[in-house]
Ligand binder design. Structure first.
Ligand code: HSE
Length: 441
């Protein structure tokens, strides 16, 4: 029998769940017009079903037991928006085993267990939509899997954590304190339940692992993604970056060269005139470089209930369309492979160790204020083949100490770390040296 509605079950009625439910209710007619049949929110599970929410739904569809949704034979698509690894992983695998299509925004889960989930979905012949897992409302997953499928992607540069970008922007524009801005981002619903994932770079690393794996057709183990967050960034470094003509961003970088993948997340100075440097507040942007197309840029709100909810609904529509076509064809089809590449054609490429990457560097040292110290530091860098591009030694003195700020030319990470180790052993260097990598010209 041809279905007259597509029934959706939601697990996790939090910020994004409310955003999704609101869109489904408000745009009921438009969605039915795009799909041919209505998309109906049939059941919602959350441990807390009493709390006041910004959206009103019928009490009769609420349950505290996620298994009610998985076992409900009427439900076609299960949406997992509870976040975290467990029990989200078990619930998704169970939903797949029950023949349900799945939509999730769970980037941490996909970064750790994506391969397992996609394999199970392939076996069961069901879809897993995850547009909302990266870039909030930006359709970057579909862009890589479909829009750029004719190209060979070579590089990805992404600002993919709204909370960190919000914090860095406010620190830069309003000289606001780190902790005040973090609190604001939490109130606005941008931050993760555990905000150390945002400021520690973990959330960006999860998203980068997903993007790189789609772009390069290889698994990207999350443990091999070098990850450094923004907690050590001070207003002073942001001010020096500005003086050198740069903006500070938490950047997720993935590259493919010589059969190896580079995947890293760290604070990065970007030339102020570049488009990525102008991406402010909770906005995300992902620059994807293809061999044929060159640079492309995808920009939009990277967090928040409505933008992320809209990405979830786009997956629901996509999967519902497929479900309706399958019914007419009489058999399930996989139109676009989950990872963009057929599993039979995926390869396992090595991830380049961090010490082998090359970058330009910003260094800020607090050194003893006496003759010969600058030349000593420069000498150590020179011994490690690191050439200095410019130096600022300004009057912002601590007691008997001075700030020595340097920009280097392109150098090897291994050489830089070795030089810093020697420099840190010197009695004339007072505090750990701040190192920030620099991209662009
Ligand atoms: N905490 C995430 C962010 C939410 O700030 O970008 C969206 O994934």
């Amino acid at each position: 029998m041809i279905k007259k509605t597509i029934q959706v079950g939601l697990i996790g009625f939090g910020t994004v769940g409310c955003g999704m439910a609101e869109i489904l209710l408000q745009r009921e007619e438009e969605i039915a017009g795009r799909l041919g049949v209505p998309l109906c929110l049939a059941q919602v599970a959350d441990l807390d079903i009493e709390r006041e929410r910004p959206i009103k739904i019928k009490k009769s569809i609420l349950t505290t037991n996620a298994h009610d949704i998985i076992a409900n034979p009427k439900i076609d698509i299960v949406v997992e928006l509870m976040g975290g690894i467990s029990p989200a992983r078990e619930l998704i695998l169970d939903a797949i085993a029950h023949g349900k299509h799945v939509v999730t925004a769970n980037k941490a889960l996909l970064a750790y267990h994506g391969e397992e989930i996609f394999k199970a979905a392939n076996v069961a012949g069901v879809e897993v939509g995850f547009e909302a897992a990266v870039g909030g409302g930006i359709p970057i997953i579909r862009a890589i899997k479909e829009g750029l499928s004719g190209d060979q992607i070579t590089d990805i540069f992404g600002i993919v954590n709204g909370t960190s970008n919000y914090i860095l922007t406010k620190m830069s524009n309003e000289k606001a304190s780190f902790s005040d801005v973090l609190k604001e981002a939490q109130v606005l619903g941008y931050a993760e339940a555990d905000p150390t994932l945002d400021i520690g770079g973990g959330d960006s690393a999860h998203k980068l692992a997903i993007l790189a794996s789609l772009a390069f057709g290889t698994p990207v183990p999350i443990k091999e993604v070098y990850t450094e967050g923004i907690a050590q960034i001070t207003p002073m470094d942001i001010a020096y970056a500005d003086q050198f003509g740069y903006q500070m961003k938490l950047l997720a970088i993935a590259k493919i060269a010589d059969g190896q993948i580079e995947a890293r997340v760290h604070p990065t100075m970007l030339p102020k005139e570049t488009l990525l440097a102008k991406v402010n507040g909770v906005f995300n942007a992902i620059c994807v470089v293809g061999e044929s197309v060159g640079e492309t840029l995808f920009y939009g709100r990277g967090a928040g209930s409505a933008p992320t909810g809209s990405a979830v609904v786009s997956d629901l529509i996509d999967i519902a369309r497929k479900r309706l076509t399958d019914q007419q064809a009489g058999a399930p089809t996989i139109r676009v492979p989950h990872t963009g590449t057929l599993s039979s054609h995926r390869v396992t490429l090595p991830i380049r160790p961090m010490e082998q990457i090359e970058s330009r560097y910003y260094l800020r040292l607090i050194v003893e204020d006496r003759p010969g110290v600058l030349s000593k530091v420069a000498g150590v860098l020179g011994q490690h083949h690191i050439s200095i591009a410019s130096v600022i030694q300004d009057g912002r003195k601590e007691t008997g100490a001075v700030q020595l700020v340097m920009m280097t030319h392109r150098s090897r990470e291994k050489d830089m770390q070795a030089a810093l180790k020697t420099i840190s052993e010197s009695k004339t260097v007072y505090k750990p040296t701040t190192l920030i990598r620099v991209e662009g010209t």
